[in-house]
Design a binder for this molecule. Structure first.
Ligand code: UD1
Length: 407
């Protein structure tokens, strides 16, 4: 179990470049299993989750080669294996194996798909979409012996189910339609990747129309991580410093910036960087929902901002109970009241403490409090945070933080 040791109370100053988006990288890595060829992926970040995903696809025989910024994935010769359940259970995105291996081998395993454990995470929508393409559900497996398109009508927005439906549709002969899709930037990166490998994909309103075929290797550049960018912008305000954040598309952060701007924060947005200045002067009220609304992944990140300034509320409309991290924040002095999918966070006296990362973003929230509080804090289960942030201690140290990671 890894730990962060932090000597907090230092305002962070300087510039940081965000790494390739985690949520865009994982669908791309798994989708490459559905392609027969050599794929070229630029800007894949080297974080815990991408390492595990690459390890899983190597199990099928994929050859992975890193050449600087470029990652080559050769999937010309693969063979079906039952993926290592230990690895699969570390990633939620391993659900993308369902469509990737069904389309490539006609078989997929139903395993304990892992990931952050902040809520019930059902897969009924994934199974519905796969069965519309002809997949048959067994006790622990899915099998597919037909190659036909499908019309998928989701009843709500799911990133994961949209990814699985897109990978299936892109590899089926004929034209499929997927209705009520998620349109997160990371979904659009997957679309670009599938297109580059030969699929024809159109987005109209809330539907994708997909003309699929046998896919060759694809080519894509992973965009900068909007969640990492939101993290550093918030950290800049929380530590009362000033951080210029490079490498992200500012339009992806509009919904994140809106409630902060409403409370008095000023964002400087230039073509190359974003910077937050002026402190919030009023409570901040956040409501998360599918893109383009406020991202659920940034609500735990915003919580320290509420706690260290004027308080506010968070309502999560994606996950019914993504607040497990608040009890750990309480160890740093954060006062809150939570009911169902809504939490009120009170302006609080923040103190150094020993706390535990409950999940990736929740753990980052604790780390932000530790960086703010005067004195020494220890955050355990720190490896959960490193699942999603590349060279984190290095980036923080360059901004002036006193932090060490020990295994
Ligand atoms: C979700 C977020 C994504 C975030 C990720 C990790 C949305 C729409 N999705 O993606 O931005 O990066 O969490 O925090 O914001 N659901 C079902 N049945 C299913 C699949 C999902 O009922 O088969 C429900 C979930 O319980 C949830 C909602 O749909 O309430 C969205 O889930 P989904 O988008 O699939 O989750 P992730 O792909 O993990």
């Amino acid at each position: 179990m890894g730990k962060f040791f932090v000597n907090g109370g230092v305002a962070l100053y300087g510039s940081v470049r965000v790494s390739g988006s985690k949520n865009a990288s994982l669908p791309v890595i798994f989708a490459s299993l559905a392609m027969r060829g050599v794929s070229e992926i630029t800007g894949l970040s080297d974080i815990g989750d991408t390492r595990v995903a690459l390890e899983i696809i190597k199990g099928f025989g994929a050859k992975v080669e890193k050449r600087g910024e470029l990652t080559l994935i050769d999937t010309r010769e693969l063979e079906y294996i039952i993926p290592d359940e230990q690895l699969v259970s570390r990633l939620r995105a391993s659900t993308y194996l369902l469509s990737a291996t069904l389309s490539r081998f006609g078989r997929a395993e139903l395993q304990s798909f892992g990931g952050c454990n902040f809520s019930k995470r059902p897969i009924d929508m994934h199974l519905y979409a796969l069965s519309e393409f002809g997949a048959l559900l067994g006790e622990r497996t899915l099998t597919l012996s037909v190659n036909r398109p499908a019309i998928i009508e989701f009843d709500k927005c799911s990133v994961g189910a949209t990814v699985n439906a897109l990978i299936m549709a892109a590899t089926r002969k004929g034209e499929s339609t997927i209705k009520r899709v998620a349109k997160e930037p990371h979904i659009m990166t997957l679309v670009e990747y599938l297109r580059s490998a030969g699929a024809e994909i159109r987005l109209e309103g809330d539907s994708f129309t997909v003309k699929g075929r046998e896919l060759s290797g694809g080519r894509v550049t992973i965009p900068g991580d909007m969640i990492e960018a939101g993290t550093f912008l918030t950290l800049s305000l929380v530590t009362r410093g000033s951080i210029k954040v490079y490498g992200v598309n500012p339009s992806e952060l509009s919904a994140f910036m809106k409630p902060l701007s409403d409370s008095g924060v000023e964002f400087t947005v230039t073509p190359s960087y974003i910077c937050a200045s002026r402190e919030p002067r009023a409570p901040i009220d956040i409501v998360t929902a599918p893109y383009p609304e406020f991202p659920t992944d940034l609500q735990p990140i915003a919580a320290p901002l509420l706690a260290t300034y004027c308080g506010g509320s968070i309502e999560d409309r994606v996950w019914e109970s993504r607040f497990g991290y608040l009890a750990e924040m309480a160890k740093h002095g954060v006062g809150f009241r939570q009911r169902g999918n809504r939490a009120e966070i009170f302006p609080s006296q923040i103190v150094p403490a020993e706390s535990e990362a409950t999940d990736l973003r929740g753990g980052m929230a604790n780390l932000m409090l530790a960086l703010f509080a005067n004195g020494e804090s220890v955050i355990s289960s720190a490896e959960l945070v490193l699942r999603g942030y590349e060279r984190l201690t290095e980036k923080l140290t360059a901004l002036g933080a006193e932090i060490e990671y020990c295994m």
